[in-house]
Write a protein that binds this ligand. Structure first.
Ligand code: ATP
Ligand code: ZN
Ligand code: MG
Length: 508
């Protein structure tokens, strides 16, 4: 790696009589202030400098130890210390006029790409050279340079990762069970009038019959899993501001799946008069006029419930008494733009989940995960009588945040995600068909705890967190795909929770 910087240091006054000590300082800087923290002889070098008026022009070269832009910031501080007392002068600011950085990649990229803020980016084998122009101090201090270098490495790695199968390792599987039928439940339910395609993309209107099934599933999740494990219910808002999703990583991981929310620019009825009149006359929307009346989105609709739960705890200190903290939300519907992937009730743009979130020490969460698995096993084996399995996969939070670390999730079995998959008889044979992921269970480590600055009572203890996404559409799709739509064919314990089928709506 090589860093070649041309920049300027602006002083608080004319150099004048301070020129000599300043030159002396810069001449010795390589071996003093700039050498700190670098192995002998490997630190940055000042190639040349000139000073005039209140400005020093400087060129710095470095390798990876104390990179040239860090060196520039060090010099700014050093000059203040050196000239401050005697000459009442300090360095006011620094700028980089031109910065050429050459980095070594792990592999030569398969194809070229762009990154933001750089003037040019060029590849030659495993080397990448970028040139920045006109960077201010804020840009340097906010770490943008490092993030851009990381982004380049990540983009190259992603090129090699794309298309590779997701990490998958079988953890546990139930015995085979005889399916009651092999039809696609959604299609059959449409025929029976249990649901209707919604008025917008990828959404359904669930009629009384299917709603009753969802509510039975929800009752089981609450009464057989969440309550016995000691979870407390919360109700969170459905709109998530961007800053929350920047912290969780969703804004880099899945901005292409988010439904965005715009506020009206004004509530003043007069401002909306022309818009309203147009609708009155044409029964149509004047979209151009509408765009003038609404803000650019500043939030999105819930994608998963955990980010706002973390937000609610941000900067808080959790008392030991509350650990492990166990909360769940079932009020916010998740919206995702699934586009071409939509299918039936199992992949929709608006779905209904219960999401438990847990925070505690690593030991507490490991213990909780075992208890979760015990309860889940009871529900899926004894109440729903499913044919299902658990698998270790690439953690969803790494996928969604676009931070797949290209390491296998199962490597350390403490952090990671277990997917719960169900056999879907209508899709084909057990071996060849794709099973449906109907929920997951994750331990994430301290990623979100750090991102939201959630603190433990004892400073020494380290908090971790995790979540589990219980999807009612997916539970139901898995259950009906195996058990059919006939109440009499359903397992007894489920029938008991379900009660009787609602009358439904008779349409002529
Ligand atoms: P997939 O790989 O199927 O897209 P995902 O990894 O995006 O799933 P997660 O973000 O892990 O899903 O969400 C956890 C749970 O949310 C899933 O197990 C499922 O129950 C539910 N879920 C996710 N996306 C959908 C969807 N489009 N329709 C219905 N349920 C969904
Ligand atoms: Zn979550
Ligand atoms: Mg998805």
């Amino acid at each position: 790696m090589k860093f070649l910087l041309k920049g300027r240091i602006e002083l608080s006054g004319e150099i004048g009589s301070a020129k000599k000590p300043l030159d002396e300082f810069l001449k010795n800087a390589d071996t003093s202030i700039l050498a700190k923290g670098a192995p002998e002889g490997k630190g940055p070098r000042i190639l040349k400098w000139t000073s005039e008026g209140n400005e020093i022009k400087i060129e710095i070269e470095s390798g990876t130890h104390v990179r040239a832009h860090e060196a520039l910031i060090r010099l700014k501080k050093g000059i203040g210390q050196e000239l401050g007392k005697k000459y009442k002068m300090g360095a006011r600011s620094v700028v980089i006029d031109e910065y050429e950085i050459t980095i070594d990649l792990k592999q030569a990229p398969k194809k070229k790409f762009k990154v933001p803020f750089v003037e040019s980016i060029d590849f030659s084998g495993e080397q990448c050279t970028i040139i920045f122009k006109n960077l201010n101090e804020e840009f340097i201090l906010n770490n943008y340079i490092d993030r851009i270098l990381n982004l380049i490495s990540k983009k190259v790695e992603d090129q090699f990762y794309e298309g590779k199968a997701e990490y998958w390792e079988l953890y546990w599987s139930s015995p085979e069970r005889e399916a009651k039928w092999n039809l696609d439940p959604t299609e059959e339910m449409v025929k029976r009038g249990w649901l209707k395609q919604g008025p917008t993309k990828g959404k359904w209107f669930y009629k009384p019959e299917l709603t009753a099934i969802f509510r039975a599933m929800e009752k089981i999740a609450v009464e057989e899993i969440l309550q016995p494990l000691g979870f407390q219910e919360v109700i969170e808002p459905h709109h998530v501001p961007f800053d929350v999703w920047i912290k969780t990583g969703h804004m880099t991981g899945s901005p292409n799946e988010i439904y965005y929310v715009s506020e009206p620019k004004t509530r003043d009825p007069e401002e909306w008069e022309a818009f309203r009149d147009y609708v009155y006359v044409t029964h149509k929307i004047d979209k151009e006029e509408l765009m003038k009346l609404i803000e650019i989105p500043n939030a999105g609709i819930c994608y998963a419930q955990c980010p706002v739960i973390y937000w609610a705890l941000s900067n808080a200190t959790i008392s030991d008494k509350s650990l492990p903290l166990k909360l769940y939300d079932r009020s916010a519907n998740s919206n995702r733009y699934e586009s071409g992937g939509r299918h039936g009730i199992e992949r929709v743009d608006e779905f209904h989940r219960l999401e438990p979130v847990y925070i505690g020490t690593a030991e507490q969460l490991l213990e909780l995960r075992d208890k979760f698995i015990e309860r889940y096993k009871y529900v899926f084996n004894e109440i729903l009588e499913l044919e299902w399995r658990m698998v270790w996969v690439t953690p969803w939070y790494l996928q969604q945040s676009g931070q797949i670390e290209h390491e296998e999730a199962g490597e350390d079995k403490i952090k990671g995600t277990i997917d719960f998959e169900s056999y879907m008889p209508y899709r084909g044979s057990r071996k060849e068909s794709e099973w449906l992921e109907f929920q997951n269970l994750s331990i994430i480590g301290d990623k979100f705890i750090k991102a939201f600055n959630i603190k433990p009572q004892k400073q020494k203890s380290e908090l971790w967190s995790g979540c589990s996404g219980i999807g009612l559409e997916r539970w139901t799709a898995a259950f009906l795909a195996q058990k059919s739509l006939e109440v009499e064919s359903w397992p007894e314990k489920f029938q008991k929770v379900f009660g009787t089928m609602p009358e439904g709506i008779e349409l002529l």
